[in-house]
Design a protein around this ligand. Structure first.
Ligand code: BGC
Length: 755
């Protein structure tokens, strides 16, 4: 429909315009009936609809409509499958159209900085590339139905403790390289209709009133065109927020902040044009939806089937010492209440009122000889002597024992963080007791974030089901019995213990949370520290095996504007059909700056029949090689060598090649009196200008230039020390050492700054 939104706005009163900038109630935006502006509804949540009726409350205590609970992000990200995520989004978009929801509040893409974050189950990954690609595919799927998404929580909302007031204090490079890219990729590849800003502050300024975040970065740099809404109750100063780029406050503030907007326009402290622009952005999205209402047919049944497929293609087989798949002829003990009452989603605003939930016990093939025993309660940490005894007996009597372990609801949820990374003690104890009588043990985990596994070396099988959505039981059963071949890989590292995590010393602080590990988050840290981990990022087993061969890189000498095509052949060398996730990592060999050893820059999932080979292609561009230079205010890749690594996980590189980049962009030369001689000597543009200082200095330090070595222990100044002293000398010392006059030095500095 051809609309003139500006004309419409010109007919609105100041009060109506201010009113458009906050919710009508928990879930609706206001409308203006006399002008034909409808009131539309938004609703959680990322992995299913949570449409509440008039008795709404955003933390989900009241029921919402019966819907399909798809696997939460913690699991779906492990699919590493863009087209599956697109299909997932497509189903959500259809369901939203059918239920008259204009915007779905998701996806949630915050980086998993610590395994303790209570909302990790709603977030995709510790890796920004994977989170961004996954989110973009999902958003495209939803928005094809003219239903908006609200990518959240922008930004650096990585813990629940004090989430409404704490400040995430991170340097700009870290924000740009780790915490922003999922949002940036989504804007560039999927144009989300809306953004949801986070509750927290960033370096002291609330996200909801942060002009740098909401306008400079989001709109001016990335090109976002939709509207930004606040997280529920995230507004601190409404007028400051509006000026910064927060168009919509959610939910309603009962007119309190609308009045402040009106007053600010009247007293001249807020330019009415800012308000008009905000209203225009909101109306554009409202009409994008209402002008494209579609009849939608969807069935809960069919979407349940999709939920199962996503779960199956995402669950991660972590260990298999020839124990899986199970055979229908075996006598099997299922131990643990999760086998019957699986934990399949997390608590809080994303909680779905599932129309059906399947459990593994009911989903196993018909004639299998299964004994089920409860073993321990699913929802609390209580060791029950009688239940444990019964479980041990059942394990002893069976050929194999499958223990369904996991975190109770109360252990992880929106609103608070975990305090440790352990399973309930009653579960660890029972697993040990079972291992004492039965060597054929498989553990199936139901959890929203990694747990410590003290029994890991003793169990023979381990399936990470995470939170599997409502079809969890069928997916687990099919994977355990080999009706489906496991093909998910970890979207996060599983450290052995909590204290190994890079944020260990600063996670969960109150007012100011120092992101002191910088860009070394997740595998970027564990790899740099050469630290053993329980399971690395990108890891996952299959019932078949794959061989990698024939790496081709179409150009090995590239410039900034080139793209590189990388191809590799993957062969299924096993007996069953399966899918492999092929990963591409880049390692910067230029030494221009301290960077992670390698970073994910591409992945593809490929399906292969036994014996079949397929070629997998990747495309790399300048950004694939670059890091964010705060000095340049831009992405920068230095000239030099970069290694292209093809891996089956972040720690299992199969093939590698080299690319040499010649960049035009160079770091700006910024010389001052405290610039060191070493920095200037290392830069070919300035080296010639300071050579003479180096020579003079060597004379002063008494370095041996006459040959003789100074490596013997009895010399006061060795060559190495001399070199270091020369390199570390700030220019200012050239004056105090009598090497040149002050004026001469200042002239030299000025000359170099002009280069
Ligand atoms: C959550 C959001 C959610 C909103 C509405 C907030 O508490 O942080 O993720 O979309 O509530 O339920």
């Amino acid at each position: 429909m051809n609309r003139n939104v500006k004309e419409l706005i010109s007919q609105m009163t100041l009060e109506e315009k201010a009113g458009m900038c906050s919710g009508l109630d928990f879930w609706h935006l206001k409308g203006v009936e006399r002008l034909g502006i409808p009131s539309v509804m938004v609703s959680d949540g990322p992995h299913g609809l949570r449409k509440q009726d008039e008795h709404a409350d955003h933390l989900g205590i009241n029921d919402s409509l019966k819907a399909v609970c798809f696997p939460p992000a913690v699991l779906s990200a492990c699919s590493f499958d863009r087209s599956l995520m697109h299909e997932f989004g497509d189903a959500i978009g259809k369901e939203a159209q059918a239920n008259d929801l204009s915007v779905v509040l998701g996806p949630a893409v915050n980086i998993k900085r610590s395994p303790l974050c209570g909302r990790n189950f709603e977030y995709y990954s510790e890796d920004p590339y994977l989170a961004g690609e996954t989110a973009a595919s999902f958003i495209n799927g939803v928005q094809e139905h003219h239903v908006g998404t609200s990518i959240k929580h922008f930004a650096a909302n990585n813990q629940e403790f004090n989430r409404m007031s704490s400040s995430s204090d991170a340097d700009e490079r870290t924000l740009r390289e780790i915490y922003f890219p999922p949002f940036e990729t989504a804007v560039k590849k999927a144009r989300p209709y809306t953004f949801m800003c986070s509750y927290n502050r960033i370096n002291g300024t609330f996200a909801s009133e942060n002009p740098w975040l909401l306008t400079e970065v989001l709109r001016d740099e990335w090109g976002f065109k939709g509207y930004v809404m606040s997280d529920w109750g995230a507004v601190n100063d409404r007028v400051a927020g509006l000026k910064a780029g927060l168009e919509l406050e959610m939910p309603s503030s009962n007119g309190v902040y609308d009045k402040e907007i009106v007053a600010a326009v009247k007293d001249g402290s807020l330019d009415e044009a800012v308000l008009d622009q905000a209203v225009e952005r909101i109306l554009n999205i409202i009409f994008e939806y209402t002008d494209h209402r579609e009849e939608q047919e969807f069935t809960l049944e069919a979407d349940h089937g999709l939920a199962k497929r996503i779960a199956e293609e995402s669950m991660v087989l972590l260990k298999n010492d020839s124990i899986l798949p199970l055979k229908e002829s075996e006598k099997i003990a299922f131990i643990g209440e999760f086998a019957k009452k699986p934990r399949f989603q997390g608590g809080g605003s994303s909680h779905i009122n599932s129309f059906r939930v399947s459990n593994t016990l009911d989903a196993v093939p018909g004639d299998t000889d299964i004994t089920y025993v409860k073993g321990f309660p699913a929802n609390e940490d209580v060791y029950d002597e009688a239940l444990a005894r019964e479980a041990v007996e059942a394990a002893k009597a069976a050929d194999k024992a499958v223990i369904f372990a996991g975190l109770p609801d109360s252990f992880e949820s929106e609103g608070y963080d975990r305090t440790h990374m352990r399973l309930p003690e009653c579960q660890n104890r029972l697993i040990d007791e079972i291992l004492a009588v039965q060597s054929e043990v498989i553990v199936v985990l139901h959890n929203g974030s990694p747990v410590e596994m003290p029994w890991l070396s003793k169990v023979k099988g381990l399936l990470e089901a995470y939170l599997g959505g409502q079809a969890v039981g069928e997916a687990v059963a099919d994977l355990l019995f080999g009706k489906a071949c496991p093909c998910g890989k970890l979207a996060e590292t599983m450290p052995y213990k909590l204290s190994d995590n890079p944020s260990y010393l600063s996670f969960g602080d109150g007012e100011n949370v120092k992101y002191q590990e910088g860009v070394f988050v997740g595998y970027r840290y564990y790899d740099a520290k050469e630290m053993p981990v329980a399971f690395p990022f990108g890891f996952g087993l299959s019932y078949t095996s794959f061989a990698y061969s024939g790496l081709r890189i179409d150009k090995t000498e590239i410039g900034e504007n080139d793209t590189v095509r990388v191809s590799v052949d993957v062969t299924n060398t096993g007996d069953v059909e399966g899918k492999e996730i092929v990963q591409l990592y880049i390692s910067d060999k230029t030494g221009a700056c301290r960077r992670p050893l390698r970073e994910l820059k591409g992945y593809e999932k490929v399906s292969l029949k036994p014996g079949e080979t397929k070629t997998v292609d990747f495309t790399l561009d300048y950004r694939s090689f670059a890091w964010y230079s705060v000095e340049m205010k831009d992405w920068y890749a230095a000239s030099g060598d970069y290694e292209v690594l093809i891996g089956a996980s972040s720690r299992d590189m199969r093939l590698s090649g080299n690319v040499h980049l010649t960049a035009q962009k160079r770091m700006p030369i910024k010389v001052h009196t405290n610039t060191t001689l070493g920095e200037l000597l290392a830069d070919d543009r300035t080296a010639g200008h300071v050579e003479h200082l180096k020579k003079q200095l060597e004379g002063i330090f008494g370095a041996s230039s006459e040959g003789g070595t100074k490596e013997d222990g009895d010399v006061a100044i060795s060559d190495a020390m001399n070199d270091a002293m020369v390199a570390c000398m700030p220019l200012r010392n050239a004056v105090s050492y009598g090497m040149c006059g002050k004026k001469e030095l200042m002239d030299l500095i000025e000359k170099m700054n002009r280069l």
